[in-house]
Design a protein around this ligand. Structure first.
Ligand code: 5GP
Length: 186
């Protein structure tokens, strides 16, 4: 059987990375697509794990070669989902999760109409601010830019098949798992 393709979006700092990565560790039949980006690695990030960190020139060449399922620009950097990896993994029967923003998720759905869109929402704005500041990897100005995007991201909720409120981590993981298994109601 072919695997399922899911696009998981949500504001930065909402915990989508933790939810997705924990589920993937528990399930060998679910994998995360590793995107390409032109941004520099943050501390602790590794090439080929969080992202493939490539130059703007290489990114442009791969756009020309139609190598991305979708791509977009954020904060002056490019991010894209490699098409061949997604196709091959789905064919092998495993499910693929794309951790991408709203615009990218909608583009992925256009390219793959069977793509399931999942939004992870914060329990509150205050909680999200606290998480972003605790991450300590960005300046106040960068955090402000991310928070300004929040309203836009959450306003797109209606276009999504599922919304998971990340109040409790284990509950959120279980919800995502039931979506992959086709047991959740939208
Ligand atoms: P960050 O720099 O915090 O890792 O990611 C910045 C934004 O890029 C996030 O909203 C993230 O979801 C988005 N992003 C990461 N990978 C991709 C991708 O492959 N395609 C698109 N369109 N957005 C991505």
């Amino acid at each position: 059987m072919k695997g399922k393709l899911l696009a998981v979006s949500g504001p930065s700092g909402v915990g989508k990375g933790t939810i997705v990565k924990t589920l993937i560790k528990r399930r060998a039949d679910i994998v995360e697509s590793v995107s390409c980006t032109t941004r520099l690695p943050r501390e602790g990030e590794a090439h080929g794990r969080e992202y493939f960190f490539i130059t703007k020139e290489e990114f442009a060449r791969r756009i020309e070669e139609n190598d991305f399922l979708e791509y977009d620009e954020h904060f002056g950097n490019f991010y894209g989902t490699p098409k061949s990896f997604v196709r091959d993994t789905l064919e092998s029967g495993r499910s693929v999760i794309l951790e991408i923003d709203v615009v990218g998720a909608l583009l992925a759905k256009e390219a793959f109409p069977e793509c399931i869109l999942v939004m992870i929402a914060p329990p509150s704005l205050e909680e999200l601010k606290r998480r972003l500041k605790g991450r300590n990897s960005e300046t106040d100005e960068q955090i402000e830019t991310r928070l300004n995007r929040l309203a836009y991201e959450l306003s797109q909720k209606d276009k999504y098949d599922f919304v998971i409120v990340n109040d409790d981590l284990e509950t959120a993981i279980a919800e995502l798992e039931s979506i992959v298994d086709g047991k959740a109601k939208s």
